[in-house]
Every structure is written in structure tokens, then in C-alpha cells.
Design a protein around this ligand. Sequence first.
Ligand code: MN
Length: 350
Amino acid sequence: MIENYFSAEDVSEFRIWLDYADRFVVISHMSPDGDAIGSSLALCRYLRSLGKEAVAVVPDSPPDFLCWLPGIEGMMIYDSDPEAVEKVVYQADVVCCLDFNVVRRIDKVAACFLYTKARKILIDHHPYPGATFNVILSYPEASSTAELVFHFICALGGFRNIDYDTAVCLYTGMMTDTGAFTYNSNSSCLFNVISLLLETGIDKDRIYSRVYNTFSESRLRLQGYVLNEKMQVFPEMSTALITLTGKELRRFNARKGDTEGFVNMPLQIKGIMLSVLIREEKDNLRLSFRSAGSVPCNILASEWFHGGGHTNASGAEFQGSMEEAVALFFEAMESWRTSEKENIRQLFKK
Ligand code: MN
């Protein structure tokens, strides 16, 4: 058997809840990604296999490239039907919180989440979990929440309940949160999990294709535009910056999720260790940060933009103009140039 993140003691309280609770709600973060959706659908399936009522809730719609996942049609979206979501959250006995660490990440679902009397468990891999949960299972070293949900189910003795569809959802979460196993995925334990999932008969190559080879023509042209005209490279600080205004996004008919992955592209340039994408949204700016090696882009996100995330992948929101955000980015870089931290200073060429 493979090493489990969770001991029997870690899941003992949840096991007690399972004895008396019937209604479970699984909540994940806004702009849900493959890990948020995959881990939520998998946990719901497992709970239903135990005869429980279980429904997955997200603040806003999943991206189109995930809409084939088994069970996604039953997912409840706050933006589509706020009252129905509030009702299930208030009526829940247990709320499982997946793939987020603090309540603001569930956006408009936060109000009913904070007021419901349901017991609350967090299963997550983002650092620094907040305190609004009865049980916190937080493992930042895990590749994905989907990997943690696999271990969670196993710790509850449910390995045999992981069927083909559950495996598809878990695999999708693990694959998308590691860039198809190109980062944050060096643990042999992760590949042991994959090996077990493959035994259910899932086709990992097909899953890859269904997630990644789904671009529209305009999405690919937007990518070309970004690389050719919008990517600024600063070799002296091993950094690249991409900005995209709402006007530019509309010009390419960009839809939700169409800029996904753009921020990773500059890291393909030799010597680039940090990449920042600033994108205009409806009423604010959204920043994405990616870094290579030990460069902590989450420090840049948190100390300068009130955001946060993982060492190599973080995000933030910014109220202000594009010019202000870019100016703040350069100010941050200027202060990093003289940083005492070796991993930050390695960005700057001598
Ligand atoms: Mn995740």
C-alpha cells in the first residue's frame, strides 16, 4: 500500500460525521480549475457511493474545457442560481471545502458558508489555511487537492469505491494542477496514485487531449498576439511581463479561461525565472504569477498585491489602472534587486 498523507486519526472526526450526517455540500473556489472541479466531483461521487446526498458548489461557471467531466452537469453554480445554492448550504450537515485556504476565495458563496450550522472540513494544498473550519487537512506539499482527496477516501477505507468516473475526475485534478506533470510533481507517491487510478481503466492520453487540445482558432491567435506583441522580457532581471486589456481580449473574442497558461509561456525562455500576467477583468485587474525553482512568486503576490498562492504559482486582484499595476510591479522588482534573500536576488544578473 502506498504512503498516505492522512492517518486514521486525521479522518476520525469526519468518520463520526459520516455516521449521522446525510446532506453533504462540497464547495470549491471561484474561477474553478481542473483541480477544484475534479476533486469536488470525485468527493461527491464517493459520498454518494456511501448513500449520502452530496452536491458540488462553485461560485461561477467552470471553463468549457472541463465541461465533459463526469457529473459536472449536477454541479451547482452560485451565479446561475444563488437562492438554490444558499438553500443547500444552509441545509447541509457537512460542508467539505476543497482547493482553497481562505473564505474570500469562494467569493459570493462566503456569506451562506459563514452562517450555515454545518460542520466544516478543509482539504487543501495552499499554504496558510484560515480558521473558519472545524477540521483542517492542509498539505501544501501535495501536488493537488485531487491527490489529497484520493488519500482522504483511502484513509476512510473507501479505496474500492473509487470507480472509473471518480478516477477520471481525480486524474484530471492532478494533471491540471501540475501542468500535465511538468511541475510540482516529483513525488513517487503521486505516481503510485496515478498507477492505481489507471487500474480503473481510465485513458490518460484521452483525458490530456480533452483538456488541452480544445482551443478555438481565436484563442490560438490571441496566444500568437501575446507572444509577438505583448510579452516584455527583462533579461537583466530574469523576468517577463504580459499585460492584456479588456479591449485586446474582446478583439480576439476571448472567453473565460482563454488566457489560461499564457503566464507560463515566458518561463520557456532560457534564463527567465519569473513571469507575470496582468489581465483586465470586468471591474478589476487580475494578476497571475509564475516562477521557476526557488523564486517565491507568492511573496511578490502577497507583499505587493495582497494576493497569495504557492511558491511557483500565485495570483492577486488589483483595484486600479493597468499603469498603476505595472508601476507597482517595477517598484517591487526594484526592491527585490537589493533583497537580502538569495533566492530572490538570483533573479538579477550581476
Ligand atoms: Mn489545486
